[in-house]
Design a protein around this ligand. Structure first.
Ligand SMILES: CC(C)(COP(=O)(O)OP(=O)(O)OC[C@H]1O[C@@H](n2cnc3c(N)ncnc32)[C@H](O)[C@@H]1OP(=O)(O)O)[C@@H](O)C(=O)NCCC(=O)NCCS
Length: 137
């Protein structure tokens, strides 16, 4: 398994994987993306989105056949290695991100508060949504 920055030719299969996992969002292909590649197949992806007030890790997903092999964790570490500063995220699986070194955010960037009023949050159980952040180390 290889974790690397996305290449132009990876963008369609990566966005397609995100769509299958219900993780895609408008403009995803324009964000900084990393993929996990196994024998030419895109097995996972993650995005780093730059907002005016914060950096956001989003769209983390691993093809079900490749889960449980640290691919998700390695994708998170690839983003953290490249991020220029603190990274935020909103998640319904805080336990996973806690294990990756993220902590519940004391102050939530306005970007995340604004998102709750958009289609971005449709279909996600808001009561389980946790905003977390991690400093680059
Ligand atoms: C979450 C996800 C990316 C994890 O990918 P993965 O490659 O299986 O993760 P890893 O193998 O690196 O897992 C590492 C640890 O996280 C735990 N973990 C994995 N998925 C988890 C989940 N959904 N909730 C809580 N913990 C989870 C594993 O049990 C493992 O713990 P262990 O080391 O103590 O055994 C993957 O399950 C996925 O794509 N899920 C669907 C999309 C999703 O929920 N994305 C996050 C949206 S916010």
């Amino acid at each position: 398994m290889r974790i690397r920055k996305v290449r132009l030719e990876d963008v369609p299969p990566a966005v397609e994987l995100a769509r299958r996992l219900d993780l895609d969002y408008p403009g995803m292909e324009l964000d900084r993306l990393w993929v996990a590649e196994e024998a030419g197949e895109i097995a996972g992806l993650v995005a780093l989105k730059e907002h005016p007030d914060c950096l956001e890790l989003c769209g983390l997903g691993v093809e079900p056949r490749f889960r449980g092999k640290n691919v998700g964790t390695d994708l998170v570490e690839a983003v953290m290695a490249a991020a220029p500063g603190r990274v935020h995220l909103a998640t319904i699986i805080p336990e996973f991100f806690e294990a990756c070194g993220f902590e519940k955010s004391a102050d939530i960037p306005a970007t995340f508060l604004d998102k709750r009023n958009t289609a971005w949050c449709d279909g996600c159980p808001q009561e389980r949504c946790t905003v977390m952040s991690r400093e680059k180390r």
